[in-house]
Design a protein around this ligand. Structure first.
Ligand SMILES: NC(=O)C1=CN([C@@H]2O[C@H](COP(=O)(O)OP(=O)(O)OC[C@H]3O[C@@H](n4cnc5c(N)ncnc54)[C@H](OP(=O)(O)O)[C@@H]3O)[C@@H](O)[C@H]2O)C=CC1
Ligand SMILES: CC(=O)C(=O)O
Ligand SMILES: [Mg+2]
Length: 546
């Protein structure tokens, strides 16, 4: 047996998650690849294997255990992992992603089994390109990278945030069928401000305070250059950085490199998608709304800025558009007397008296839309929500902070305190609510309706840059897929059980936009949808590109 044979057969093949088929290896494959004697006799179909996995999952006591089991499966047999998750996305997306992933992050050092993706540290500075070369696959199309500086609403948890880039990229495949072998999750370990984690003996990251913003910029500059040289044409997806880092780094790279920030642009897009549907239900226009944000960080500013773009598209001037938006953060209403504002927030400072009360701000501003991106569970009190209903017939209330216990209010509260009048969305999926014999279906405004579709469109068309207008297209693509009968039930987003169809449709729209703008670097096919469908990943043995 040659060394090459040994590397592609026998136990090595069984331990390669991209090519392992487990009990699905045929009799011939077992003979040809030196697998005889290494597997039980039965030759099973992928469907039968999925059935067994579903049984295992059913027997687990909670979703964190299901998460651990599924990640382990992904390490052993990626095809079986994706076949399982894609068999029932409405059930499994909340397990491999938000909200279960929050528990996985909190417990990361304790539940750690195997590394996944790459872990760069600030001490590797000067060697990032050489180290990225250790990744075994050259055709990497997407890197999702986090520093762990603001993971969901959990704050700075350093390398415990590593499951987030992993989970985001798993959704590229599970929701939009982007081939998994072109995806590389990376944690950039710059240290953590979290002293409790630094003191935990099982914490698997650097036990240091993070460096200054200038040093962070120097690290990320080197990383972006290295990623582009080792993986030409790669798209870098920034996720869950500290808010100020997120905004600064996106501004630094967006005009020069193929990058995007999901918390800023993806979240803005999904919020505009939900608002578009909610306003269709109300028969109103975005330009006629008054919008108040609770939270003025990367998500709040990202959504506000993109709403301004969308209002400009509807014919409003920039100043008039900004005047329709107000923000409220940990120090109260963002008004012109505030001395602690960054330039992005300053643009929205109102000529109003200071107030530290959100309920009073609602009274004063009479918003028709209230958006929570504050990381503070329960911030939308009964008084806040009732004040919304005083000034708007059908107030739009989006409590977007994650995970579940960080939601600014629950749908039950928002519907209950407004006698069922509110149009409601939250960052995670909450159950339906019954009030007075009527069933309400709260929307899940989570950027997973957008970033996988963006990934698929970018994968297909290979643009050199992507911009905010693309994310507005994605928002319209998602909103257009909520049919009238679903809108009549108060639904604001497409149904999750059809997520692949939804993301394919949105990706087609984004790809068409990129072709129309002359941004795609590949030739336009006659039928964009059929062309994209021809390149998507299907969870079947032999489907891997490598
Ligand atoms: N549903 C979805 O798809 C998404 C949801 N999110 C969620 O949004 C939340 C915020 O994310 P992001 O903007 O990136 O985080 P940031 O840390 O950048 O921003 C948080 C903002 O909330 C403010 N804040 C803190 N406490 C309060 C308070 N008591 N009242 C009002 N505002 C407060 C902060 O003020 P200060 O900075 O002064 O402390 C800051 O402006 C997270 O929970 C995240 O999970 C994010 C992206 C997508
Ligand atoms: C969903 C997401 O990206 C967040 O909560 O940060
Ligand atoms: Mg995020």
């Amino acid at each position: 047996m040659t060394m090459a044979d040994a590397m592609t057969s026998g136990p090595v093949l069984l331990n390669d998650p991209l090519r392992n088929k487990g009990t699905a290896f045929t009799t011939e494959e077992r003979r040809d690849s030196r697998l005889e004697g290494l597997l039980p006799a039965a030759v099973e179909t992928l469907g039968r294997q999925v059935e067994r996995v579903l049984g295992h999952l059913e027997a687990k006591p909670n979703d964190l255990e299901r998460y651990i089991y599924l990640q382990n499966l992904c390490d052993i047999n990626e095809t079986l992992f994706y076949a399982t998750v894609m068999s029932d996305p409405a059930r499994f997306v909340p397990i491999v992603y938000d909200p279960t992933i929050a528990d996985a992050c909190l417990q990361y050092g304790h539940i750690f089994r195997r590394p996944r993706g790459m872990y760069l540290t600030r001490h590797m500075k000067g060697r990032f390109a050489a180290i990225l070369g250790n990744w075994p696959i050259r055709d990497v199309r997407f890197i999702c990278i986090s520093s762990g500086g603001r993971i969901l609403g959990l704050g700075d948890i350093g390398v415990n945030g590593a499951p987030i880039p992993i989970g985001k990229l798993q959704l590229y495949t599970a929701c939009a069928a982007v081939p998994p072998d072109c995806l590389l999750p990376i944690h950039l370990d710059i240290g953590t401000t979290n002293a409790t984690l630094r003191a935990d003996p099982l914490y698997p990251g650097l036990r240091e305070e993070p460096p200054t913003p200038d040093e962070v910029d120097a690290l990320v500059d080197e990383f972006v250059a290295a990623a582009n040289s080792v993986f030409p044409g790669v798209c870098i997806h920034f996720e869950d950085w500290k808010g100020s880092d997120a905004i600064r780094l996106l501004a630094r790279y967006k005009d020069e490199h193929l990058v995007y920030n999901d918390d800023i642009q993806g979240t803005a897009s999904v919020t505009i998608a939900g608002l578009t549907t909610a306003l269709q239900i109300k028969g109103e226009k975005l330009v006629d709304q008054r919008i108040l944000f609770a939270g003025a960080g990367s998500a709040g500013i990202g959504i506000a800025d993109m709403i301004v773009e969308a209002m400009i598209d509807e014919g409003l001037g920039k100043d008039d558009a900004r005047a329709r938006i107000s923000l409220f953060d940990v120090n109260g209403l963002i008004e012109q007397g505030r001395k602690d504002l960054n330039p992005s927030q300053q643009a929205y400072a109102r000529d109003l008296k200071p107030t530290k009360s959100l309920a009073d701000s609602v009274e004063l501003l009479k918003p028709t839309i209230l958006i929570g991106v504050s990381t503070v569970g329960g911030l939308f009190t009964e008084e806040v929500v009732r004040n919304m209903a005083k000034h708007a017939d059908r107030p739009i209330i989006f409590a977007l902070s994650n995970p579940t216990d960080k939601a600014e209010c629950t749908p039950e509260q928002a519907y209950g305190w407004t006698d069922g009048k509110a149009l409601v969305a939250t960052g995670v999926q909450f159950p339906d609510v019954e009030i007075g014999g009527k069933t309400f279906h709260p929307g899940q405004a989570n950027n997973f309706y957008v970033f996988p579709a963006v990934g698929l469109a970018v994968y297909a068309t290979r643009p050199e840059r992507i911009d905010d207008k693309l994310f507005i297209q994605a928002a319209r693509g998602s909103a257009d897929q909520v049919g009238r009968s679903d809108r009549d039930k108060g639904m604001l987003f497409p149904r999750q059980e059809n997520i692949l169809e939804t993301e394919l449709t949105t990706a087609t729209r984004i790809a068409e936009y990129l072709f129309d703008q002359g941004r795609a670097t590949v030739e336009r096919p006659p039928d964009v949808r059929a062309w994209i469908e021809g390149m998507i990943y299907k969870p079947a043995y032999g489907a891997s590109r490598t």
